[in-house]
Design a protein around this ligand. Sequence first.
Ligand code: HDD
Length: 722
Amino acid sequence: MKENDINQPNRQEDKQDDLSINKSDGTNKFLTTNQGVKINDDNNSLKSGERGPSLLEDFILREKITHFDHERIPERIVHARGSGAHGFFEVTNPIPQFTKAAFLQKAGQRTPVFTRFSTVAGSRGSTDLARDVRGFSVKFYTEEGIYDFVGNNMPVFFIQDAAKFPDLVHAVKPEPHNEIPQAASAHDTFWDFISLMPESMHMIMWLMSDRAIPRSYRMQEGFGVHTFRFINAENESHFVKIHWKPKLGTHAVVWDEAQKISGNNPDFHRQDLWEAIEAGNFPEWELGLQIIPEADEHKFDFDLLDPTKIVPEELVPITIVGRMVLNKNPGNFFAETEQVAFHPGHIVPGIDFTNDPLLQGRLFSYTDTQLSRLGSPNFHEIPINRSISPTHNNQRDGHMRQEINKGRVSYHPNSLGGGCPYQAMIAEGGFTSFNERIDAHKVRARSNSFNDHFSQARMFYESQTPTEQQHMVKALRFELGKVETTAIRVRMLGLLSKINTELAEKVAEGLGAKVPAQPEQPMNHGVGADNGGGNEPTEISKKIITSDALSMIKNPTVKPTIASRKIAFICNHGVSEASVMKMKKALVAEDAEACIIGPNLGFASTAEGGEIAVKFSFFTSSSVLFDAVYIPDGKNQAALQSDPDVMEFLNDAYRHCKIIGTDGDGIDLLSAPQFMAKGDDLKDGGIITSTHSGKNQFETAFIDAVKMHRFWQREEVLGTNK
Ligand code: HDD
């Protein structure tokens, strides 16, 4: 292991080399016990006679069964379901003026990373497509030690103080008496808690938006949520908000689609990430920072320490400082993705915390949870968690200790060990906390500057396009519609009316309920009653602005690309090979994937007398697993109308506002009235045909339409926007 030297940045290969120490491969090797004894018969236990009882002395059987019995470790209390990948972070715009963190100093400098994405509420085996927040964690193996970014795909949180975290999680998890429902917030205990927690309203707006059902882990943003501090070499502090911006843009599926994906492929996101990396479509994000000078701390009409608030990009623009590329799948899920342990308290010199009370509580929780999950204070020695800059200290022993510390000295100060390991001066990279002046009374209270719970919730809702707003209305109708206790629904309607009356009215209509004239006050019986810490909602800010960055459709970071998108080719026997190949070539040139679906697996015969390979059949596949549909030319294509699986495929694609392209006679498959108004009049501009687009530009017209992700105007035709 090399000495940690900030002039010698770690390369991605350094972490891979480090992991390779622990890798094992049984190819061309004898089967052995854990003690290294070669096994002669792994199929039969040792018995007293062929039909007799097994013998206790069978150490091979005992070892095998015992190990198996203990294979499972507790799943994460939250974020249990996740997927990870290796990659690197590269500086594109160094910021030494803001931070002395060694890994952010030089353009082109790379740091190995391991990144894990997750849902929050569901168990390890739950669906990827739950309506939920997504965790977004990045472990940076820097030359100065581990820096963990532990964020989410939403920039705010439900609660302002870590003291409420266990309550929040108890409320959202399956209800304790019957463990129902799995990976879902649509149940009474969650909304009971939320309806009594006005501070959660901004987060609820994000959770009810399509951000909670991403198309892919690769197409979601990441946010540090809290305000952090960056400290430069002069010990000056700046506040920072940390963002990840996906290169493929931010995209979601629709709720009906999400539910169907959960049935068709509950591993949809996990598989998408895995396959993209295997195919060389390496997911990539830009790292952006909102940087706020120390002197501007009180400039905003919200508190920078309040994790239920964003700093609108219109107020403080984002500076891009680097990019993250994920280019290697883990070799072993358990060893890497399951055992990785993130901690917002893992920071390096140049990065520091703020007094955000949610962050402060997290600083305790993450080490604590690893002790029960991974079982020992030595979890930092597990290969995926191991720093690749050397570690030396006087901590010793404990369960499963791997390191063999030399010598008799395990204390500091010492003379017997020459004073080693010695403390580092600041100039040598020694960590010092930011020298913040604090002069205060010890109180159990919350600052009044945290009391505006509705302004930013309203800003979020009012920044959305009508399509996105309608999706939020429907999400709330669905979620609250699953709530059985009427009083909880009514309480929620009261809170929604404080965000936007039209929103509340529309949700109420769907629930067959009335918005209460006077929202009920939360039942914070006795909480903070003596010191004003009851956190009753008050309105501070009247300055509502809207922010395009909050909408996925208007978002200035929308990227015109179809890279890695999966396009379903509907092919009957007799399909035109020329029509298939022409579109396939155009899509491959854009790094998209042409997925041939036919009546049966294997091959489909072509009009030209040949065959094309068929990867999916209409029976094994479903439209929700693809981004768009293409119906090539072919005399027999219309005959597929008699196949209910094909019609369900097309109806779903149409309903989910996907782009449908047809070449030549392919359009005949769409002759049903749900697609065509009359004759060959198309129902909407999301159906691109070779006749209407002009033969030459057909492929381009189709690709341009797919770049829009969905043809949302169709929801008006369908009436699904009601
Ligand atoms: Fe947390 C896991 C993100 C608040 C306590 N959290 C966890 C993970 C993510 C987050 C991404 C999964 C890490 C992984 O992939 O292994 N958590 C957040 C964010 C929060 C937040 C963005 C608010 C801004 N969390 C939060 C609070 C507490 C915790 C307030 C406790 C007081 N979180 C945990 C935990 C977990 C965890 C119980 C479970 C597994 C783990 O830590 O390693 O300690």
